[in-house]
Design a protein around this ligand. Sequence first.
Ligand code: PLP
Length: 462
Amino acid sequence: MRYISTRGQAPALSFEEVVLTGMASDGGLYVPETLPEFSRDELADMAGLSYAEIAFRVMKPFVNGEIDDATFQSIVTEAYATFNHDAVLPLKQLDANHFLLEQFHGPTLAFKDVALQLLGRLLDHFLKKRGERAVIMGATSGDTGSAAIEGCRHCDNLDIFILHPHNRVSEVQRRQMTSVLANNVFNIAIEGNFDDAQAMVKASFADQSFLNGTRLVAVNSINWARIMAQIVYYIASGVALGAPHREVSFCVPSANFGNVFAGYMAYKMGLPVKQFIIATNANDILHRTLTANDFSKKELAATLAPSMDIVVSSNFERLLFDAYDRDGLAVAALLERFQQEPTALADAPLATLREKFSSYSVDDATILEAIRDAHKRTGEMLDPHTATGYRAAERARADQSTPMITLATAHPAKFAEAVVKAGFPGVPLPPHMEDLIEREERYTVLPAELAAVQQYVVENRR
Ligand SMILES: *Cc1c(COP(=O)(O)O)cnc(C)c1O
């Protein structure tokens, strides 16, 4: 299997190369040239297997024999052994036919652990095989940074530098990063805002000469391996609820579109899916595009669901590539226009998207109302991201007879501020993190100056 760019102008890559590469050289994102498909029998056979075993079966075709089966199986088993629930991603029933897929039992209490626990280990495996070391740089306003640090803390061949805006992330989120004292983990608190931090990371990727040839790796959601790891839980939860013998639907709190795009891949690989609902907060580019064909940027709004605060939805490009019949030049033209001015999708691709996808946008008041409502009706405490999904699933659902699976993307303790605003006293951290507030922290405060950050990276990488 080869991987090709959504803009059609970059060379095709192997699995190993695509794991080690972020964006394609033509500005596009990598996708598999062809998708593996599972027969009904193969899907039915997965029901009742452990999460790690389903993960191995679903991802094996993408790995394409580039890692031997026994090694890949142990990578997968180790990645999901870090989760604090025997089911890894348990399903909970909310009402007669509505289920919650809890994605927050990993080390940092949000769904990004599912992909990053695997990605860190895959990177380490390939680097070791090549006898290379690499540096990871990333900027974070919260969830991605801690999940990346947890995914890489045991990797011998990686040094990870995560920039966060000094005094501008929540205490829980900061401590989840800074209390990891591994000697390959470097937290940098930038005297500036998130955009300053991100601009320095982008500049470092654009000109990597400061690293003198050491590979710089991105772990943001444009890395194909992150999508691949996320396909697994759609199939695992679908077969648990009766697929392939019946259809299932999913409602996904969405921002950069990585999570729900993985669901679409599962559908293309044979999982019978009736409907995908894209839930957004007030940053509603996906909802405006699907309902009003308004594919345009809008000013960023700070919401109660901060991990969904985006202007542009980077992985949407992967879906557009499919909707435009894999015409990379058409996708490139559309996205270049989108960067300049408000634009719209062509009629045929829009109609294709609307066959499977619906959307719903939820404002902050509705998030609080949904947290209270879910608690009253089910006893479940939802985090504000999951609350967007809970409300969207009810409002945008096509039919009641198909099981609806809403993805619970974060643990409510991680976003306790919203829970308190909804009128509750707060949410305790789960037992394995109870002492987070007492743990020793380590981080370095640096000015928002590229030269200072790059000098720190060069001096500290091992
Ligand atoms: C990252 C994140 C999302 C959005 O996921 P995308 O893949 O970017 O669509 C939703 N909820 C939480 C808690 C997140 O951390």
